[in-house]
Design a protein around this ligand. Structure first.
Ligand code: HAS
Length: 537
């Protein structure tokens, strides 16, 4: 958790520099360039903050759901942590020393130092070690409890880890067999298209690797805070299984403008992407049902009377609720992105940057913030005092306002044509470009105000984390803010085949083979000329 929030501190500071640069309010010193800052921003927030936070949450939850770890699981979890941490520190050094300004997607033919790719590999290996330790803990529990459905938290953890391990195969193949030999000069060229395809094999499930732990909190923590049970155990399990199936064979929707992939394969993967709508809407349905049931139990009347019965003054709930609301436009934007023709309009524009700030940057990040408000006290044995609770409300509200301003500006600017992945430019004051910034939202000032509010909110969060970790008073017996809230989930009617991993992993592998075998074999057999590396910073 400490590692995650250190990355958050560095990453959000780089975010502030980004908006100032887009606004032409600052000029960087000669030793620091825009792409370096953007790479640190993307890597620390999208990869490091999320990954370390997620493992902190999963590790704690698994020991709560299945019982304390044995010495082997504990030891391997620590080893995994140190390997991942070493990889992260090393990658950060490579980026800060100017040898890896390749952004978090590290697209070839941009070429970083070979050690950058090695350090990324260490980060992935570290996460695998922790994942296998957690899977071992689960297997042991199942052996000790034959024929019993595992607790929902454990089931969701294993689904998330299964998806993560399969997804990483793509990026591991790209890094080990393509980037490392190329970056160290053992081969002269790289097959750019294949490297990107392997990256997106990993890159899209990566976004669900961020999202699913947030879903775990929505499914399990929210009903507990509302004083009710999980709406449907089978629905929750099925929705996680559908994510394993439909999050991987869909990476080509990030490459719809990529030449050299036959339309049919893009069409197939876009169709599979749309299938993700099903578990998403199942989740929304289940949550609304939970809200309504708990409201009615508390005496709510009429269609929307339950809204007033929700525990709005409980920051653990309100933060998660706002996060969910942000996911409505965030997810809808995803549907636009993946619509073949509409993608032509938004691809590589600031729209996509707006999209990921209201998916990973708010629904996911804000859920993680909401979890921190009780998970840190749970781990440190401290409590969330009234003062810190007030600060937490200010933090969540300011994050929402800042994100609303910044991401709306990014969406609008993107629709008008402002590009992403490039340093800000007025293109010699071309009238079209100047026109982008005329609107209320499409205005660099709006972007900057949004960014500044976000930075203020991020610093407030650091203060809260610090207080919860070291300053707040010790919690007392029965303190609600220092417990790990997991709702009861009735698995008595849940079909046993939902926990037969061979079925689900088998279908997942079949779908992956269907979606990827032909495009990848074409990219290898009819490989375009490889590219040498470019270091243009
Ligand atoms: Fe995305 C680009 C498509 C969801 C993150 N996405 C990105 C990038 C990131 C990202 C980081 O098809 C940039 C990558 C880069 O650097 O190039 N995205 C989708 C689709 C979904 C989606 C179809 N994205 C996410 C999530 C992310 C995330 C979640 C992070 C956590 N995305 C794309 C595409 C691109 C893309 C293209 C490439 C664009 C390009 O050209 O470069 C789906 O998962 C969306 C499902 C959503 C819905 C819609 C409605 C949602 C409803 C609300 C559900 C509410 C719930 C909560 C569950 C079906 C109705 C309850 C709510 C209450 C209020 C109680």
């Amino acid at each position: 958790m400490g590692f995650a929030y250190t990355a958050f501190l560095i990453g959000t500071f780089c975010g502030l520099i980004q908006v100032f640069m887009r606004n032409e309010m600052i000029q960087l010193p000669a030793w620091l360039d825009y792409y370096q800052v953007l790479t640190v921003h993307g890597v620390t927030l999208a990869l490091v903050y999320t990954t370390f936070f997620i493992y902190a949450f999963l590790i704690t939850g698994m020991s709560k759901a299945l019982g304390s770890f044995g010495p082997k699981v504990a030891r391997w979890s620590w080893i995994g942590f140190f390997v991942a941490a070493a990889g992260t520190v090393w990658a950060t050094i490579e980026i800060l020393s100017g040898r890896a300004s390749v952004l978090y997607t590290f697209y070839a033919p941009l070429k970083a130092s070979g050690w950058f790719y090695v350090s990324l590999a260490l980060l992935i290996i570290g996460t695998w070690i922790i994942s296998f330790a957690l899977i071992a803990h689960y297997v042991k529990w199942r052996k000790a409890n034959p024929g019993v459905m595992s607790p929902l938290f454990a089931f969701m953890t294993i689904s998330t880890l299964a998806m993560w391990i399969i997804a990483c195969l793509g990026v591991v193949a790209a890094v080990v067999f393509m980037f490392i030999p190329w970056a160290f000069g053992w081969v002269d060229t790289i097959n750019v298209e294949l490297s990107r395809t392997l990256f997106w094999f990993f890159g899209h499930p990566l976004v669900y690797f961020w999202l699913l732990p947030a879903y775990m909190a929505w499914y399990l923590v929210v009903p507990k805070l509302l004083g009710t049970k999980v709406f449907s155990d089978s629905l929750a399990r099925l929705s996680f299984l559908l994510f394993i199936l439909f999050s991987i064979p869909v990476g080509l929707h990030h490459q719809l403008t990529e030449p050299g992939v036959a339309d049919f394969w893009k069409f197939l993967q876009v169709t599979l992407t749309f299938m993700v709508v099903i578990p998403t809407l199942m989740t929304a349905f289940s949550l609304f049902a939970t809200f309504e049931i708990s409201g009615r139990q508390k005496g709510a009347k009429g269609w929307f009377g339950w809204v007033g019965k929700l525990p709005w003054n409980d920051i653990r709930f309100t933060s998660l609720f706002i996060a969910m609301v942000f996911f409505i436009p965030g997810g809808a934007g995803g549907i636009i992105n993946t619509s073949f023709q509409l993608n032509e309009l938004v691809h590589n524009t600031l729209w996509v940057v707006g999209h990921f700030h209201i998916t990973v940057g708010t629904p996911v990040a804000m859920t993680f913030m909401g979890i921190s408000f009780w998970l840190i006290p749970y781990l440190t044995g401290r409590t969330l005092t009234k003062t810190t609770k007030k600060l937490a409300f200010i933090q969540i509200i300011s994050w929402s306002i800042g994100m609303l301003l910044m991401s709306t500006a990014q969406h609008v600017l993107g629709l008008l044509g402002a590009p992403r992945r490039t340093q800000h430019s007025n293109y010699s004051d071309h009238p079209t470009v100047l026109g982008w910034f005329d609107g209320f939202f499409s205005n660099t000032a709006t972007l900057a105000i949004g960014g500044i509010i976000l930075f203020f909110s991020a610093m407030l969060l650091i203060v809260i984390v610090f207080r919860l970790w070291l300053i707040e008073p010790r919690s007392e017996e029965g303190d609600l803010y220092a417990e790990f809230p997991i709702a009861e989930s009735d698995a008595s009617a849940t079909p046993r085949w939902l926990e037969n991993w061979w079925i689900w992993l088998g279908i997942a592998v079949a779908l992956i083979l269907l979606a990827y075998t032909f495009p990848i074999s074409h990219m290898i057999q009819d490989a375009p000329p490889g590219s040498k590396g470019f270091i243009n910073w």
